[in-house]
Design a protein around this ligand. Structure first.
Ligand SMILES: Cc1cc2nc3c(=O)[nH]c(=O)nc-3n(C[C@H](O)[C@H](O)[C@H](O)COP(=O)(O)OP(=O)(O)OC[C@H]3O[C@@H](n4cnc5c(N)ncnc54)[C@H](O)[C@@H]3O)c2cc1C
Length: 384
């Protein structure tokens, strides 16, 4: 495969660099402050709308919603965003909301939702996990009962990211409790302004909050069912595969590593041999993570099964991020982390020490991902 950017790739990259040039460090700081004020993870509505106006949100989606770009071009864009210091995470979660509709939504749902996703005005969250149903998602109990042209939902979800600012939730509910665990589930699009929806913040280590969301006799039009009734598991596994194929920590760690090397240039000779060796290992591993991530993306674009390779990339990237930031923090001196300072590297490192831990849980824990790699990728038998 040729890794050199072609003319079209360069056009996308130049466009992003031109947008980046409009943002000085103060504007960039303001985007980050926006995420902090909204208690969101690396998310900026202002920036999202800016990308929407440029038609860059649905880059790989077909026209008229997107530009039909290749998945490696999207990869290039995500890397460029991260390198420029933009809050790119929010974007990937929006892209997933749109991707789910393109895969499984009806023509009517696509026509109603996609234009708003593509222009950056609607945000989606994902309501899967519940108290007692995280790793073992199939034991979820939130119930939806069909009444005429509506579903009536009762139950609660835990850990719903972004719900406090999202317009819609893709909610996994049990529509047939008589069927075996994965057969009686359905996916509904729920307008979060519907009567009966309430939420409470749940703070996480990274410094933002997710939500406990309660559904009390919430009425949703039956036309908001995505896919077939009781076939929600099929819809959501496509989403989970896409989520696990995202970069979990690798991209931002490469940026931190580049900044660290820049910092060390002036005192490389003060590093011991073991630290130099460790740094060399991290650089090799970060490159391996990059290729793994790109490979999963290309497999997905070819319509191949990524249910085994996505979790492999997820575990590798998130654990590597955690190892790198902890090592870098030791190297710079842990006291650097506890100072309020203008030092961009120290500030980002401090936050990333906390975020990297969260990344090994969000989207499925490392233990569970390893189990999936064993069964799906290696074909080993399940333990029960
Ligand atoms: C910041 C954050 C954001 C999140 N955002 C969302 C969201 O937007 N939407 C959503 O639906 N969910 C979200 N989640 C939930 C996330 O998917 C779950 O936290 C995760 O799947 C783990 O589930 P749990 O927290 O219930 O832990 P549990 O499932 O209770 O696991 C507890 C421990 O047991 C281990 N364990 C469990 N089962 C096994 C097994 N079979 N083999 C080996 N070890 C096992 C786990 O690895 C873990 O260490 C988010 C979580 C976090 C932290």
């Amino acid at each position: 495969m040729n890794f050199q950017p072609d003319e079209e790739d360069n056009l996308y990259r130049d466009k992003l660099r031109a947008i980046a040039a409009e943002y000085g460090w103060q504007e960039m700081r303001a985007l980050r402050d926006e995420a902090e004020e909204l208690h969101l993870e690396r998310f900026s509505f202002e920036f999202q709308n800016r990308l929407g106006r440029e038609g860059l949100i649905g880059l790989t989606w077909p026209a008229p919603y997107g530009k039909g770009a290749r998945v490696d071009q999207q990869f290039l864009m995500a890397e460029e965003l991260e390198c420029q210091g933009f809050p790119g995470y929010g974007l990937t979660s929006i892209q997933r909301g749109g991707g789910m509709l393109l895969r499984s939504g009806s023509e009517e749902q696509i026509a109603e939702h996609l234009p708003h996703v593509a222009d950056g005005s609607w945000v989606y969250c994902q309501g899967l996990s519940e108290p007692g149903a995280g790793s073992d998602l199939l034991s979820l109990r939130t119930r939806a009962v069909r009444e005429g042209d509506e579903y009536v939902i009762n139950g609660s979800k835990l850990w719903t990211s972004t719900a406090h600012h999202a317009n819609w939730c893709s909610l996994l509910v049990r529509t047939d409790p008589e069927q075996s665990r994965h057969k009686g589930l359905s996916l509904l699009l729920v307008d979060l302004k519907s009567p009966g929806v309430t939420m409470q913040p749940v703070w996480v280590l990274g410094g933002w909050h997710v939500n406990a969301v309660f559904y009390d006799n919430v009425r949703v039009p039956a036309k908001n069912l995505v896919g077939q009734e009781n076939q929600g598991w099929k819809v959501i596994t496509g989403n989970l595969d896409e989520e696990r194929a995202m970069s979990f920590g690798g991209t931002e760690t490469r940026l931190l590593c580049a900044r660290l090397i820049h910092r060390l240039q002036e005192r490389a000779d003060t590093l011991g041999e073991s630290d130099l060796e460790r740094l060399g290992h991290f650089i090799m591993e970060l490159e391996a993570d990059r290729l793994l991530y790109l490979r999963v993306g290309l497999q997905a674009a070819r319509g191949e099964d990524t249910s085994g390779s996505g979790p492999m990339s997820k575990v590798y990237g998130s654990e590597l991020a955690q190892q790198f930031v902890e090592w870098a923090a030791e190297l710079l001196g842990r006291e650097t982390l506890y100072q309020e300072s203008e030092d961009v590297l120290a500030n980002d490192l401090e936050q990333q020490v906390r975020v990297a831990t969260v990344l090994t849980v969000i989207g499925g824990t490392s233990e569970v991902q390893r189990n999936i790699v064993a069964t799906r990728y290696l074909g080993l038998p399940r333990s029960n």
